[in-house]
Design a protein around this ligand. Structure first.
Ligand code: 5GP
Length: 211
């Protein structure tokens, strides 16, 4: 009876500089992996055209964000490009407890904070663009942010990319389909890690006892 084997959900973090294609990868990954739930962050940054409150982010003002920090409602929070971002704790803990996996689109600061608290549940993937020229092209093509924001993000990309050695897996995003497949492979392997499968000892004991 393998229903005696169960596991805690894992936390799959995707980080990258803006424009490396992380949002497209996340979206496609969620479509292909029904067992994966997206963690929706809270942020103080203004909503972009096409974004939906509660779906892309919970858009809150600085006062509200500060209150939530004080109430301990965030698993992690950080300032990125002058705005605050934080991961609401409740939905993540509920999903993990139910054995569901959670996908996070957070930066290296948030990843470090989660690693300090919940390293055993954490799997981290860093996504790199194939070249500087392609990164720049993608940031310009997005055209949702003002030019000075694009320039600022280009300058920040180098700093963000310096954190690649802190991640478990590195995906160079040359092709969306292939990158998604690579992240799916990571997920498939991490799900069957021995440490994550609770109840294996008893299961094997019964197998060995011939029961
Ligand atoms: P954007 O404003 O383009 O949606 O996101 C900017 C950056 O903030 C991205 O690198 C994204 O991964 C990061 N980010 C989004 N939500 C969170 C969060 O809850 N915590 C942290 N630490 N970073 C976040």
């Amino acid at each position: 009876m393998d229903d005696a084997i169960y596991r805690r959900g894992l936390m799959l973090v995707l980080s990258s500089p803006s424009g490396a294609g992380k949002t497209s990868i996340s979206r496609e990954l969620l479509r292909r992996e029904p067992g994966l739930a997206m963690s929706v962050s809270a942020t103080t940054r203004p909503k972009r055209p096409g974004e939906t409150d509660g779906l892309d982010y919970f858009f809150v003002d600085q006062t509200e964000f500060g209150l939530r920090i004080n109430r301990g409602e965030f698993l992690e929070h950080a300032k990125v490009f002058g705005n605050y971002y934080g991961t609401p704790r409740g939905p993540v803990e509920a999903s993990l407890g139910e054995g569901r996996d959670v996908l996070f689109d957070i930066d290296w600061q948030g990843t470090q904070q989660i690693r300090e608290k919940l390293a055993a549940d954490l799997v981290t993937v860093f996504i790199l663009p194939p070249s500087t020229a392609e990164l720049e092209r993608r940031l310009n093509a997005r055209a949702q942010d003002p030019a000075h924001v694009v320039a600022q993000r280009m300058a920040q990309a180098s700093n963000e990319m310096s954190h690649w050695p802190e991640y478990d897996y590195i995906v160079v995003n040359r092709d969306l389909d292939r990158s998604v497949a690579e992240v799916q492979s990571v997920l498939a392997a991490e799900r069957i890690k021995r440490e994550r499968q609770i109840g294996l000892g008893d299961f094997v004991k019964r197998l060995r006892d011939g029961r």
